[in-house]
Design a protein. Structure first.
Length: 159
């Protein structure tokens, strides 16, 4: 009996430690997995220079990025609905270690795009649309609404 209990405990310990490794770059809120990876300097350059590449682009680019994303062995990523994205929005601004302020859940603070350079934005696409517009959420202004699908914003995926 002791051997069985020891084996169960060992299985649980190994299973839990490998699960921790699998959820790197992911934050779970209300049972939904949100991509939570740092934005790269290339993402910021794309945003500054009007390029659709990486995690920056128009609405179609954002949808394609999510549908092609494989992160921690999951490949069923998608753009969040406006309601799912707004769950990250906070009324109060939170400051990250770089000194930038965002209206976003503290779990995402350190991975937000930097607010320096020509354009200081942190607006993200949602899957919610009303032709020819799609819903965005701004995590520096704390607002949301429909904007043109041709505009260029950041991408955050969910599953």
């Amino acid at each position: 009996m002791k051997k069985i209990i020891l084996l169960i405990l060992l299985f649980l310990f190994v299973g839990c430690s490998s699960t921790k490794n699998k959820i790197k770059d992911i934050t779970i809120i209300n049972g939904l997995m949100y991509q939570n990876q740092p934005f790269t300097s290339q993402d910021k350059n794309n945003y500054e220079n009007g390029k659709s590449s990486g995690r920056v682009g128009n609405w179609k680019r954002a949808k394609d990025y999510c549908s092609n994303l494989t992160l921690t062995d999951y490949s069923d990523w998608r753009l969040p609905t406006n309601i799912e994205l707004k769950k990250l929005l906070t009324k109060n601004k939170n400051r990250n270690s770089h000194g930038y302020y965002y209206n976003i859940n503290k779990k995402f603070l350190e991975n937000m795009p930097p607010l320096n350079g020509k354009y200081k934005g942190a607006s993200f696409w949602s899957a919610t649309e009303n032709l020819p517009f799609a819903w965005i959420v701004s995590f520096i202004g704390g607002y949301d609404g429909f904007l043109s699908k041709r505009d260029r914003y950041y991408t955050l995926c969910v599953r």
